[in-house]
Structure formats: C-alpha cells, structure tokens
Design a protein. Sequence first.
Length: 223
Amino acid sequence: MTKILAVETATDACSAALFVDGAVSERFEVAPRRHTDLILPMIAQLLADAELRAQDLDAVAFGAGPGSFTGVRIATSIAQGIALAHDLPVIPLSCLAILAVGGARTHACTTVVPMMDARKQELYWAVYRVDQIAWAPECIKADALGSVRDVELPNLSHFILVGTGVTAYYEILVNQCADQSVLVRDPLYPRAADALIQALEALRVNAAVAAEFAEPIYLRRPV
C-alpha cells in the first residue's frame, strides 16, 4: 500500500495532501502569510484521519518552486524535516507543473500555460501538456521568469492560461493571445493534491532523492 504526503506553500495558498493506496485526502486554504501556522496542523490532521504516523509514509513530495521565496522555503524545510526524522525519500516538484495539472483537470484542456504572479511586473510561466487519463504533465516550455511580454505562447489550435499571473496581467495577455486560447481570470493556485500523480511516478522510477539533496527551485531572469 503506497502512502505519499505532499506539501505545497509556494503561493498565497497553503495545502497538504495524502495519497493512501489510490485514495486522496487534502487540506487547502488561501491564507497569505499564515503558512507556518497552518501547514503542520494540516499534515497532522491528514495523518490522524488516515490512522497513520509519519514513519508509515513511503515518501514526502513538495512544491519546490518557483514561487514565493518564503513559501518555497517553508515547503522545503517541512519535507526535509519529516523525511530526515523518519528516513524517507523526498520528491521535489515544479509548482508550475502542479498548477498545470490543476488547470487541465479543472478546465478539461490538454495544453496548459500555468502563470504565477512573481511581483515587480514579472511572472513565472511554462507550457505543459497534461495527459487527460494519467494526469501526468509533460514539459513543453521550461519553467521561466520574465515579464508578461516575454511569454511564448504555444502555436496550437487550443490551449488555456491559468493562475495568478493571468489575473494580474489579464489586460495585457488578452492583447497577446490568439483566438484559440482561453484565459481563466479567476485565480487558480498550485495545490498539493495535484502533485500526487507526479510523486507516484517519481517514486515508481526511483526519482526520489535523499532529504539532504531536496533543494528549492529559485528562478532568476537571464542576464
């Protein structure tokens, strides 16, 4: 019976999710600057509800970034702390890939451009193709940081743009996008439950790492 805990705190949203042999449970809340107060109780409640202890887990996954530096550090430290205490492997995952899975699932679209507001007139973005059966994201355009005008949209018949970056730069994006694209203005956040399929695959192919090698993803503009 496979048991994986996932943690995601890279944006204003805070979430934890637990996979136990195909069943998924999640705690999710949009709570800016309250992640340190919420995330450990969320994890404790998930484990208690499943009648598990942290040492019963097979792995811990986390949103490694990009995202808020503080939020990414929180998720990294939580994942490392649990893993070190109980000798568990760790699975760092792209927050944009997690967001892409959520966008594909919510809006039934295969090609997703996840966008997260990075402040200072910049955003994090990428392009992913998400399998609608396995819900596995394939990276088409690697995670990047830049201005909204740096975004390279896919040349496809249909794709969707999701995330807080769309909300922040909606008017500019409307002018950039072709008719085949759909912009979702309501903010969508990466959430822990959408990380679990990737985490399962990483565990299956032995792509997890030791806790001391689990590092956050910090993107910088190219110079």
